[in-house]
Design a protein. Structure first.
Lengths: 560, 165
């Protein structure tokens, strides 16, 4: 009998097998491929050899412990009796179908190079894939070499059910699982992989088929009810554009230099020296400063070419400095990956519960919608015009491309005359006034938000949402540009504000968790608290008063 | 007309469908006039203690009963003494336990469930409490930064273009 570990697993892939395209019936399943063969046999089955784990039989039935084939297998939170372990649990997901009458359970599935699926009803009649049409809540087993299954039953119950909580606990990391953390004394289990550990491995490596709904809970909608639109949700990524190739300096009428401080001093000396031919210069300009279009500081590493004498108007100076080779420069500020399971791995990680702000140098702090980045990688790139200091910031995600664009200004002008100094001071004052306006608007908006959303006093207000929405939205910074920007933080960063939850470990037993499923109530038997949103109650022999009481109790919440 | 009443107790929560009924034993009683099957008052002749299977257990320790003639389980809501050795048990039908199998065979749209299978994490859950003090976390992007020491740029008229682009 083969012994396998996770080292024997070469791949775990999820597939979707369409059953009925009209009804959108399908079955999602994992296929686990091994680098070794498994041979299995026991008194109930002939020898089977596999190199891909598959489902042998569901449910497993022995003469000694008959299993009610009409009862779907389900995962229970607790039980009192546990049977031998030693099997990898195969989690079958989302089996959809169209007729309850045709199917009792999925009897066997083989992954030996083909995709076969068959159903069987309680009378033993088998059905093909096209007949399978009902949601079959189930978990299937993969056998790894022992001849018993993880079934359990509650005291006095006649049916056996899978109990995931009673499966052995992992004792090591991937690749080295063995049974030590469980009260088995059976030496046959030594060296076998832990079912629970492998289930965890499967779940951790599970890539959902529908990334927009990674944990689908609802059933497939009936086409008559809507929800089956044909919009193509495949994005057309908006790429960050290339830098312009035609520039102002390519006209030859304007030149850009990247002088050092000493070179600037030398240029000043030259401009006011006898060497400067004022007569020829005056043919074009009133004074030497008219030919200098601008002098400023810019916080990017510009591309520079060979040294060249600075030419002012038509006068070639004696000062040589590096020329600027590119008017447009890209600054790639890098990436940040938003994990979908970053904080609580739940709806609380998304808006409006989790808020996300992005600080951008020379632009300020901007609130972004975290929904647009969850599960993707954010990429921030600036394009800077070295000649004017104007900049455009692109914020993209790895799926859709550019989502946000912000404009900024990163140059600090150095005034060369009294008039340009006045302009510089004036622009700073205007910027300050603008910042005050931004803050005032934000505070007002934050206070008004709950009332605007209708959250105050609403009986149906969701607690978490209400608390989250009542938090004021405060601007973290105003417009940071030019000289002020040069003094500020010079790289982008994110600020996450995410709820700190208080969830008791067994709270779900008393309140349940959102289900959004249509199912037979017996399928929930033994699970604990359940609240039924809608039911067309049929109770043979009950009076109208009793039916009304049952209906009210089911809707208020019952323990099934 | 007298009929059998199976007396006992249950420790199951009132909103549990599959209640566990622990029976002490069976006594007989008669239905009081002008009473209903859903909220019956049953007259019983006995003293304060009732003998069940050789054990003497005060009848007031019972809180649940089953009347096979009515095919129903009942909560015992009160005991009333009528006269010496005669008392009344006031019951209220428990339709959940009574129609357990019929209820479980119904199909419904489940709003919330404690079942751990197919947990839907991404639906809003108003039962989750959050603290007033959220987590505030800053994260840097991994990439270029703007230069701490800026570069002088001199733009002049003429010169034949200072760039090579």
């Amino acid at each position: 009998m083969a012994t396998i570990t996770l080292d024997n697993i070469t791949s775990i892939d999820e597939y979707r097998l369409p059953l009925n395209t009209t009804r959108k019936s399908y079955i999602d399943y994992f296929v686990i491929k091994l680098n070794t063969s498994l041979t299995y046999s026991d008194s109930y089955d002939s020898t089977i050899t596999l190199n891909t784990l598959g489902v042998k039989k569901l449910p497993y039935q022995t003469a000694e412990e008959p299993i009610n084939v009409n009862t779907p297998i389900e995962i229970l939170p607790s039980n009192t009796e546990v049977f031998n372990d030693g099997h990898i649990i195969y989690l079958m997901k989302n089996v959809y179908a169209n007729s309850e009458a045709n199917i009792q359970y999925v009897a066997s599935i083989s992954f030996n190079g083909s995709q076969n699926i068959a159903g069987i009803n309680s009378a033993g009649t088998t059905y093909s894939a096209s007949d399978i049409a009902y949601i079959v809540p189930m978990a299937c087993f993969l056998f790894v070499g022992t001849n018993n299954y993880v079934y359990s039953k509650t005291a006095g119950a006649s049916t056996y059910k899978l109990d995931i909580t009673q499966i052995t606990q992992p004792t090591a990391t991937v690749g080295g699982f063995y049974y030590t953390d469980y009260n088995f004394s059976d030496s046959r289990f030594s060296g076998y992989p832990s079912s629970y550990a492998l289930v965890q491995h499967l779940e951790n490596n599970y890539t959902p088929t529908d990334t927009n709904n990674p944990h689908p809970g609802g059933d497939q909608p009936d086409p008559d009810d809507g929800g089956d639109g044909d919009f193509d949700y495949t994005p057309d990524p908006i790429d960050i554009p290339d830098l312009p190739t035609v520039t102002a300096t390519s006209s030859g009428l304007v030149s850009l230099y990247a002088p050092t401080s000493d070179q600037l001093k030398a240029l000043a000396d030259f401009l006011w020296s006898d060497a400067f031919s004022l007569e020829s210069f005056k043919k074009l300009f009133n004074n030497p400063m008219d030919a200098i279009l601008g002098l400023y500081l810019i916080p990017v590493n510009v591309g520079t070419g060979a040294a060249k004498e600075i030419t002012v108007g038509n006068i070639v100076s004696t000062v040589s400095c590096n020329t600027v080779t590119t008017q447009y420069v890209a600054v790639d500020c890098g990436t940040f990956t938003f994990s979908k399971s970053a904080f609580t791995n739940s709806f609380l990680d998304w808006s409006p519960y989790t808020k996300c702000y992005l600080y951008l140098p020379f632009i300020g702090t901007q609130e972004i919608n975290i929904d647009e980045f969850m599960g993707t990688t954010m990429h921030v790139v600036y394009h800077v015009d070295v000649m004017t200091g104007a900049m455009l910031c692109y914020v993209a995600n790895s799926t859709d491309g550019v989502i946000y664009e912000y404009m900024g200004q990163c140059s600090e002008n150095i005034p060369l005359s009294s008039s340009s100094y006045s302009n510089t001071i004036g622009s700073i004052l205007n910027a300050a006034a603008s910042v005050g306006g931004v803050v005032a608007t934000a505070v007002t908006g934050g206070a008004a938000a709950p009332a605007a959303l209708g959250l105050l006093g609403g009986a149906s207000t969701a607690t978490a949402q209400a608390a989250s929405s009542l938090k004021p939205s405060v601007s973290h910074s105003g417009n940071i540009g030019g000289g002020a920007g040069i003094m500020s933080v010079n790289y982008p960063y994110l600020i996450f504000i995410t709820p700190r939850t208080d969830i008791s470990s067994s709270q779900y037993k008393y309140t349940g968790t959102p289900s959004n499923k249509v199912t037979k109530l017996s399928n929930l038997s033994g699970s604990g608290f359940n609240q039924i949103e809608a039911i067309n109650l049929s109770v043979k022999g009950a009076t109208d008063t009793e039916i009304a009481e049952i209906d009210a109790t089911l809707k208020a919440g019952v323990i099934l | 007309m007298s009929f059998d009443i199976q007396l006992g107790y249950t420790e199951s929560p009132r909103n549990k469908v599959s209640k566990v009924f622990h029976s002490y034993g069976t006594l007989s009683g008669t239905l009081k006039n002008e009473t209903s099957i859903l909220n019956p008052t049953i007259i019983m002749r006995n003293d304060d203690s009732v003998s069940f299977n050789a054990d003497t257990i005060p009848v007031t320790k019972c809180n649940y009963m089953y009347i096979s003639n009515f095919h129903r389980y009942y909560y015992i809501v009160d005991f009333q003494s009528i006269r010496n050795s005669v008392f009344e048990i006031v019951g209220k039908v428990d339709p959940l336990k009574t129609f357990e199998s019929e209820i479980l065979s119904n199909t419904g749209y489940i709003l919330r469930s404690a079942s751990r299978s197919n947990v839907t994490r991404y639906l809003d859950d108003d039962k989750i409490k959050i603290y007033a003090n959220p987590h505030v976390v800053t994260k840097k992007l991994t990439g270029e930064t703007f230069a701490k020491n800026p570069t002088f740029i001199l733009a002049v008229s003429g010169g034949g273009g200072g760039t090579s682009s």
